[in-house]
Design a protein around this ligand. Structure first.
Ligand code: IPD
Ligand code: CA
Ligand code: CA
Length: 270
Protein backbone atom coordinates (compact mmCIF):
# COMPACT_ATOMS: atom_id res chain seq x y z
CA UNK A 1 0.00 0.00 0.00
CA UNK A 2 1.21 3.52 -0.78
CA UNK A 3 2.62 5.44 2.23
CA UNK A 4 0.14 8.20 1.47
CA UNK A 5 -2.75 5.74 1.91
CA UNK A 6 -1.40 4.70 5.29
CA UNK A 7 -1.39 8.30 6.41
CA UNK A 8 -4.96 8.72 5.15
CA UNK A 9 -5.97 5.68 7.22
CA UNK A 10 -4.15 6.91 10.31
CA UNK A 11 -5.76 10.34 9.96
CA UNK A 12 -9.27 8.90 9.46
CA UNK A 13 -8.85 6.65 12.50
CA UNK A 14 -7.83 9.62 14.65
CA UNK A 15 -10.93 11.47 13.49
CA UNK A 16 -13.04 8.41 14.26
CA UNK A 17 -11.67 8.27 17.82
CA UNK A 18 -12.75 11.86 18.45
CA UNK A 19 -16.25 11.07 17.17
CA UNK A 20 -16.60 7.87 19.20
CA UNK A 21 -15.62 9.63 22.43
CA UNK A 22 -18.64 11.93 22.07
CA UNK A 23 -21.18 9.60 20.54
CA UNK A 24 -23.07 9.04 23.81
CA UNK A 25 -23.27 12.67 24.82
CA UNK A 26 -24.63 14.40 21.74
CA UNK A 27 -27.21 16.31 23.77
CA UNK A 28 -24.37 18.10 25.60
CA UNK A 29 -22.49 19.21 22.50
CA UNK A 30 -22.16 22.81 21.37
CA UNK A 31 -23.84 23.05 17.98
CA UNK A 32 -24.01 25.95 15.55
CA UNK A 33 -26.12 26.36 12.42
CA UNK A 34 -23.66 27.46 9.67
CA UNK A 35 -26.55 27.99 7.29
CA UNK A 36 -30.16 26.88 7.42
CA UNK A 37 -30.25 23.10 8.14
CA UNK A 38 -26.42 22.99 8.01
CA UNK A 39 -25.06 22.19 11.45
CA UNK A 40 -21.55 21.97 12.86
CA UNK A 41 -20.65 20.69 16.32
CA UNK A 42 -17.49 20.67 18.39
CA UNK A 43 -17.13 17.05 17.28
CA UNK A 44 -16.90 18.01 13.58
CA UNK A 45 -14.24 20.59 14.50
CA UNK A 46 -12.37 18.32 16.93
CA UNK A 47 -12.28 15.43 14.47
CA UNK A 48 -11.04 17.74 11.73
CA UNK A 49 -8.25 19.06 13.97
CA UNK A 50 -7.18 15.50 14.82
CA UNK A 51 -7.12 14.54 11.13
CA UNK A 52 -5.18 17.65 10.15
CA UNK A 53 -2.62 17.10 12.92
CA UNK A 54 -1.75 13.68 11.49
CA UNK A 55 -1.49 14.98 7.92
CA UNK A 56 0.47 18.13 8.78
CA UNK A 57 2.94 16.20 10.96
CA UNK A 58 3.95 14.14 7.90
CA UNK A 59 3.18 16.44 4.95
CA UNK A 60 3.42 20.05 6.15
CA UNK A 61 3.75 21.29 2.55
CA UNK A 62 0.52 19.83 1.20
CA UNK A 63 -2.62 21.83 0.50
CA UNK A 64 -5.83 21.11 2.41
CA UNK A 65 -9.50 21.37 1.54
CA UNK A 66 -11.45 20.51 4.68
CA UNK A 67 -15.15 21.09 5.30
CA UNK A 68 -14.88 23.04 8.55
CA UNK A 69 -11.63 24.99 8.09
CA UNK A 70 -11.81 25.41 4.32
CA UNK A 71 -8.68 25.83 2.27
CA UNK A 72 -5.37 25.71 4.08
CA UNK A 73 -1.79 24.59 3.91
CA UNK A 74 0.49 25.39 1.00
CA UNK A 75 -1.00 27.19 -2.00
CA UNK A 76 1.81 26.60 -4.51
CA UNK A 77 1.39 22.83 -4.62
CA UNK A 78 -0.99 20.56 -6.49
CA UNK A 79 -0.85 17.90 -3.76
CA UNK A 80 -4.07 18.23 -1.82
CA UNK A 81 -6.01 16.50 0.96
CA UNK A 82 -9.81 16.63 0.82
CA UNK A 83 -11.45 15.98 4.18
CA UNK A 84 -14.91 15.61 5.66
CA UNK A 85 -14.31 14.94 9.36
CA UNK A 86 -17.90 13.87 10.02
CA UNK A 87 -20.14 13.08 7.08
CA UNK A 88 -23.66 12.70 8.37
CA UNK A 89 -23.62 15.40 11.06
CA UNK A 90 -27.42 15.63 11.18
CA UNK A 91 -27.64 11.88 11.84
CA UNK A 92 -24.89 12.10 14.46
CA UNK A 93 -26.64 14.95 16.30
CA UNK A 94 -29.86 12.91 16.42
CA UNK A 95 -28.12 9.78 17.64
CA UNK A 96 -28.85 8.06 14.33
CA UNK A 97 -25.88 5.74 13.84
CA UNK A 98 -25.09 6.44 10.17
CA UNK A 99 -22.03 8.69 9.74
CA UNK A 100 -18.45 8.46 8.60
CA UNK A 101 -15.06 10.11 8.28
CA UNK A 102 -13.86 10.77 4.72
CA UNK A 103 -10.21 11.48 3.84
CA UNK A 104 -8.84 11.64 0.29
CA UNK A 105 -5.57 12.66 -1.32
CA UNK A 106 -5.30 14.15 -4.78
CA UNK A 107 -2.13 14.82 -6.82
CA UNK A 108 -2.30 17.10 -9.88
CA UNK A 109 -6.07 16.75 -9.99
CA UNK A 110 -6.03 12.92 -9.82
CA UNK A 111 -7.38 11.09 -6.77
CA UNK A 112 -4.65 8.83 -5.40
CA UNK A 113 -6.02 7.62 -2.04
CA UNK A 114 -9.45 7.52 -0.46
CA UNK A 115 -10.55 6.34 2.97
CA UNK A 116 -14.07 6.20 4.40
CA UNK A 117 -14.31 5.05 8.02
CA UNK A 118 -17.53 4.08 9.78
CA UNK A 119 -16.24 4.34 13.34
CA UNK A 120 -19.30 2.71 14.95
CA UNK A 121 -19.22 -0.45 12.85
CA UNK A 122 -15.45 -0.49 12.61
CA UNK A 123 -15.68 -0.58 8.82
CA UNK A 124 -12.70 0.88 7.01
CA UNK A 125 -13.03 1.34 3.24
CA UNK A 126 -9.70 2.02 1.55
CA UNK A 127 -8.79 2.74 -2.08
CA UNK A 128 -5.38 3.44 -3.60
CA UNK A 129 -5.27 4.36 -7.28
CA UNK A 130 -4.42 1.30 -9.36
CA UNK A 131 -4.44 -1.03 -6.36
CA UNK A 132 -8.14 -1.76 -5.90
CA UNK A 133 -10.53 -1.14 -3.04
CA UNK A 134 -10.71 -2.88 0.34
CA UNK A 135 -13.14 -3.20 3.22
CA UNK A 136 -11.24 -4.16 6.36
CA UNK A 137 -8.44 -5.63 4.19
CA UNK A 138 -10.78 -7.67 1.96
CA UNK A 139 -11.14 -6.81 -1.70
CA UNK A 140 -14.49 -5.21 -2.64
CA UNK A 141 -16.19 -4.92 -6.04
CA UNK A 142 -19.29 -3.08 -7.21
CA UNK A 143 -22.41 -5.23 -7.57
CA UNK A 144 -22.80 -7.18 -10.80
CA UNK A 145 -26.54 -6.65 -10.99
CA UNK A 146 -27.45 -5.21 -14.39
CA UNK A 147 -31.23 -5.41 -14.22
CA UNK A 148 -32.52 -2.04 -13.08
CA UNK A 149 -35.68 -3.66 -11.79
CA UNK A 150 -33.62 -5.50 -9.12
CA UNK A 151 -31.38 -2.56 -8.25
CA UNK A 152 -31.21 -0.94 -4.81
CA UNK A 153 -30.14 2.69 -5.08
CA UNK A 154 -28.86 5.23 -2.57
CA UNK A 155 -29.60 8.93 -2.76
CA UNK A 156 -29.60 12.13 -0.73
CA UNK A 157 -32.56 14.50 -0.60
CA UNK A 158 -32.02 18.24 -0.97
CA UNK A 159 -32.18 19.78 2.52
CA UNK A 160 -30.24 23.04 2.39
CA UNK A 161 -30.47 24.45 -1.09
CA UNK A 162 -33.79 23.86 -2.83
CA UNK A 163 -32.86 25.52 -6.14
CA UNK A 164 -32.88 22.15 -7.90
CA UNK A 165 -35.70 20.55 -5.91
CA UNK A 166 -37.98 20.18 -8.94
CA UNK A 167 -35.25 18.56 -11.04
CA UNK A 168 -34.42 16.23 -8.12
CA UNK A 169 -38.07 15.22 -7.61
CA UNK A 170 -38.43 14.56 -11.34
CA UNK A 171 -35.35 12.31 -11.18
CA UNK A 172 -36.72 10.54 -8.11
CA UNK A 173 -40.14 10.07 -9.73
CA UNK A 174 -38.48 8.66 -12.84
CA UNK A 175 -36.36 6.11 -10.96
CA UNK A 176 -38.61 5.05 -8.07
CA UNK A 177 -41.04 2.85 -10.04
CA UNK A 178 -38.20 1.31 -12.07
CA UNK A 179 -35.95 0.03 -9.27
CA UNK A 180 -36.28 -2.34 -6.35
CA UNK A 181 -35.83 0.43 -3.77
CA UNK A 182 -34.19 3.75 -2.94
CA UNK A 183 -32.49 4.50 0.40
CA UNK A 184 -31.54 7.83 1.95
CA UNK A 185 -28.90 7.05 4.57
CA UNK A 186 -27.69 10.58 5.35
CA UNK A 187 -23.98 10.14 4.68
CA UNK A 188 -22.97 10.50 1.04
CA UNK A 189 -19.46 9.22 1.81
CA UNK A 190 -20.93 5.98 3.19
CA UNK A 191 -23.42 5.73 0.30
CA UNK A 192 -20.53 5.83 -2.17
CA UNK A 193 -18.50 3.33 -0.13
CA UNK A 194 -21.55 1.04 -0.14
CA UNK A 195 -21.75 1.26 -3.93
CA UNK A 196 -18.06 0.25 -4.04
CA UNK A 197 -18.81 -2.68 -1.74
CA UNK A 198 -21.82 -3.82 -3.81
CA UNK A 199 -24.28 -3.10 -0.99
CA UNK A 200 -25.99 -0.49 -3.15
CA UNK A 201 -26.21 -0.94 -6.91
CA UNK A 202 -26.17 2.76 -7.68
CA UNK A 203 -26.37 6.25 -6.21
CA UNK A 204 -27.46 9.72 -7.28
CA UNK A 205 -27.50 13.08 -5.53
CA UNK A 206 -27.38 16.78 -6.35
CA UNK A 207 -25.39 19.52 -4.64
CA UNK A 208 -22.63 17.52 -2.98
CA UNK A 209 -19.26 19.03 -2.09
CA UNK A 210 -15.81 17.60 -2.90
CA UNK A 211 -15.26 16.58 0.74
CA UNK A 212 -18.45 14.45 0.66
CA UNK A 213 -17.38 12.56 -2.45
CA UNK A 214 -13.59 12.54 -3.03
CA UNK A 215 -12.80 9.31 -1.14
CA UNK A 216 -15.98 7.57 -2.32
CA UNK A 217 -15.31 8.38 -5.97
CA UNK A 218 -11.95 6.62 -5.85
CA UNK A 219 -13.45 3.69 -3.93
CA UNK A 220 -16.04 3.16 -6.67
CA UNK A 221 -13.48 3.52 -9.43
CA UNK A 222 -11.13 1.02 -7.79
CA UNK A 223 -14.01 -1.37 -7.17
CA UNK A 224 -14.80 -1.51 -10.90
CA UNK A 225 -17.60 1.05 -10.97
CA UNK A 226 -18.06 4.46 -12.50
CA UNK A 227 -19.36 7.86 -11.52
CA UNK A 228 -20.59 10.50 -13.93
CA UNK A 229 -21.33 14.13 -13.46
CA UNK A 230 -24.89 15.18 -14.22
CA UNK A 231 -23.45 18.47 -15.48
CA UNK A 232 -21.90 18.35 -18.89
CA UNK A 233 -18.22 19.24 -19.03
CA UNK A 234 -17.66 19.29 -15.25
CA UNK A 235 -16.01 16.43 -13.33
CA UNK A 236 -18.08 14.55 -10.73
CA UNK A 237 -15.84 15.93 -7.95
CA UNK A 238 -16.42 19.53 -8.98
CA UNK A 239 -19.99 19.27 -10.18
CA UNK A 240 -21.38 17.69 -7.00
CA UNK A 241 -24.36 16.46 -9.05
CA UNK A 242 -23.61 12.84 -9.78
CA UNK A 243 -24.69 9.31 -10.51
CA UNK A 244 -22.69 6.11 -9.78
CA UNK A 245 -23.00 2.40 -10.39
CA UNK A 246 -21.54 -0.51 -12.27
CA UNK A 247 -20.85 0.42 -15.92
CA UNK A 248 -24.01 -1.21 -17.34
CA UNK A 249 -26.38 0.16 -14.72
CA UNK A 250 -24.74 3.58 -14.81
CA UNK A 251 -25.46 4.09 -18.48
CA UNK A 252 -29.13 3.21 -17.93
CA UNK A 253 -29.41 5.51 -14.92
CA UNK A 254 -27.68 8.34 -16.76
CA UNK A 255 -30.04 8.04 -19.73
CA UNK A 256 -33.07 8.09 -17.45
CA UNK A 257 -31.80 11.17 -15.58
CA UNK A 258 -30.61 13.06 -18.66
CA UNK A 259 -33.88 14.93 -19.40
CA UNK A 260 -33.76 16.58 -15.96
CA UNK A 261 -30.05 17.47 -16.05
CA UNK A 262 -30.60 20.31 -18.47
CA UNK A 263 -32.74 22.01 -15.85
CA UNK A 264 -30.00 22.02 -13.18
CA UNK A 265 -29.24 25.55 -12.07
CA UNK A 266 -26.72 27.30 -9.85
CA UNK A 267 -22.97 27.09 -10.04
CA UNK A 268 -21.28 23.74 -9.60
CA UNK A 269 -19.22 23.60 -6.40
CA UNK A 270 -15.86 25.29 -6.58
C1 IPD B 1 -24.06 15.65 4.13
C2 IPD B 1 -24.30 14.17 3.98
C3 IPD B 1 -25.65 13.91 3.35
C4 IPD B 1 -25.79 14.59 2.02
C5 IPD B 1 -25.48 16.06 2.15
C6 IPD B 1 -24.11 16.30 2.80
P1 IPD B 1 -22.56 16.55 6.18
O1 IPD B 1 -22.80 15.93 4.69
O2 IPD B 1 -23.32 13.58 3.15
O3 IPD B 1 -25.88 12.54 3.10
O4 IPD B 1 -27.10 14.42 1.56
O5 IPD B 1 -25.53 16.66 0.88
O6 IPD B 1 -23.88 17.68 2.94
O7 IPD B 1 -23.09 17.95 6.14
O8 IPD B 1 -23.25 15.70 7.14
O9 IPD B 1 -21.07 16.52 6.30
CA1 CA C 1 -20.45 15.86 4.17
CA1 CA D 1 -19.30 17.07 7.48
Amino acid sequence: MQPITNIAIRAARRGGEVILRQVDRVEHLRVQEKARHDFVSEVDRGAEQAILEVIRSVYPDHAILAEESGRGGATETDLRWIIDPLDGTTNFLHGLPIFAVSVAFEARGVLEAGVVLDPLRGELFVASRGEGALLNDRRIRVAKRTNLDEALLGTGFPFRDFGNLDAYLDMFRTLLPRVSGIRRGGSAALDLAYVAAGRLDGFFELGLNPWDTAAGLLLIQEAGGLTESLREGVSPLLSGDLVSGNPKLLSELRDLLAPWCRALSGPPVD
